[in-house]
Design a protein around this ligand. Structure first.
Ligand code: PMP
Length: 438
């Protein structure tokens, strides 16, 4: 028996008639029996088409920082769009949002766009135009969106294909990428400063950018080891390479100024999306004056019909005001810490080796090992099947993290201490069921 109730199943079957596999993003496809249809969300909860309620720790893959249908944000959008949704000119709202981002994130200039993929795509182009170089470095296990250039050696490729850590093989995550694209991509193991230095010193003249997720938000929230982000920063400065921090997951989530503030490192370019709009579509490319001003009408293109649209900017403006004025980060951190330590204790009691990773606002854990994973290869030493088996038990009981342990547990401001207690109770019950099976 899968996760679908009767009505969900009917709706899902209907969806498959017109939508390939019944989903508008492959990441939402959990198979014929477990792909859900969600009817509504409120605060920290979602309800599927059969009215089954869950505490939501997926939060739309991270954007929902305040809560689903957060009234102050919804009202701000409603008010704003009464006066129109999109113009072929700048609006005061866009100016306001870019001013707020500039101030909160200490970035000189900001351009708005609509999704993380659009932001990272433009950031790479800016870096290439700025440096006049064509290749770039990314790290194995990281995800930067749907652009062909980025879709190599993400966390979902088979480990058997990636080769040795010293000389990784670029493995495409999808069919449909032209053969030549791979020539521009250098994948390196995360957290390996020596290997990074070696690559940069040998090939810096070809390298436009180093793009990095400051926390591995698509691989269990593995943290950067001491000195890793600093090494990227100093190599980029030394060799005239553009450092791009991909803060699509960490931005406005792990601290007001995201990972730049959290780790005390200013990047040359930063990409934001998800938490910026609490679930409304908005993203941004931001960074240092000199690099951002590479964008130039007639010379270096950044564009988009919907960039800076009223729906997204009104949502971002309201979201940023709430993030700045209410105890969002304190609340999320308090609850996240309770969950991280509570889950750790329950796994201890159950005698399951584990490590808890990441930060309270987006944490992960790996099972079957007590060694902290530091990259794609070491993450695979953990028991990925056991994680999924346990997660499915939680989901069946109304606590919904992703079944895939590579996706972090996300927290929102609306989550209460009672929700945390309920989650830990369900976790304990699920572990008991697991034990009974063995
Ligand atoms: N960068 C990172 C770090 C991401 O996690 C994601 C999406 N999960 C993206 C880029 C792409 O964002 P989007 O799905 O909005 O295109």
């Amino acid at each position: 028996m899968g996760l679908q109730g009767k009505k969900t199943r009917e709706l899902y079957q209907r969806a498959t008639k017109v939508i390939p596999h019944g989903v508008n993003s492959n990441f939402r496809y959990w198979g014929q029996d477990d792909t859900l249809v969600i009817e509504r969300g409120e605060g920290a909860y979602i309800w599927d088409a059969d009215g089954r309620q869950s505490i939501d720790y997926r939060l739309a893959f991270g954007p929902i920082i305040l809560g689903h249908g957060y009234p102050a944000v919804v009202k701000a959008v409603q008010r704003a769009i009464e006066k129109g949704t999109l113009f072929a000119w700048t609006t005061p709202l866009e100016i306001e949002v870019c001013e707020k981002i500039s101030k909160i994130c200490k970035v000189d200039k900001v351009r708005l766009t609509n999704s993380g993929s659009e932001a990272t795509m433009h950031a790479l182009r800016i870096a290439r135009a700025y440096t006049g170089r064509e290749k770039f470095i990314k790290f194995e296990g990281q995800y930067h969106g749907m652009l062909d250039y980025f879709m190599f050696s993400n966390a979902s490729v088979p480990l058997s294909a990636v080769g040795s850590a010293h000389n990784p093989i670029n493995v495409p995550m999808t069919s449909g990428i032209p053969k030549g694209i791979v020539e521009y991509v250098i994948n390196l193991p995360y957290n390996d400063i020596d290997r990074l230095e070696q690559e940069v010193r040998a090939h810096w003249g070809d390298i436009a950018a180093i793009i990095v997720e400051p926390i591995m938000g698509n691989l269990g929230s593995i943290m950067p080891q001491a000195g890793f982000l600093e090494a990227i920063r100093s190599l980029c400065t030394e060799y005239g390479i553009v450092m791009i921090m991909d803060e699509v997951k960490t931005g406005f989530r792990i601290a007001p100024g995201g990972a730049q503030e959290f780790f005390g490192i200013q990047s040359d370019l930063v990409t934001y999306a998800k938490a910026l709009g609490n679930g409304f579509p908005i993203a941004a490319i931001a960074g240092k004056e000199e690099v951002m001003m590479t964008i130039s009408p007639g010379h270096m293109a950044h564009g988009g019909t919907y960039s800076g649209n009223v729906v997204g900017t009104a949502a971002a403006s309201a979201t940023l005001d709430i993030l700045s004025s209410e105890p969002v980060y304190d609340t999320i951190n308090k609850h996240g810490k309770l969950l991280m330590s509570g889950i750790g204790e329950l796994l201890d009691d159950a005698g399951i080796p584990h490590v808890v990773m990441g930060v309270p606002a987006m944490f992960g854990f790996a099972l079957g090992t007590d060694l902290q994973p530091r990259d794609l290869r070491s993450y695979h030493k953990s028991d990925i099947n056991l994680y999924e088996h346990l997660a499915m038990k939680l989901i069946q009981r109304g606590v919904q993290p992703d079944a895939d342990g590579r996706e972090p547990w996300f927290l929102c401001y609306s989550l209460t201490e009672a929700d945390v207690a309920r989650t830990l109770q369900v976790f304990e019950e699920s572990l008991a069921e697991l034990k009974a099976e063995n």
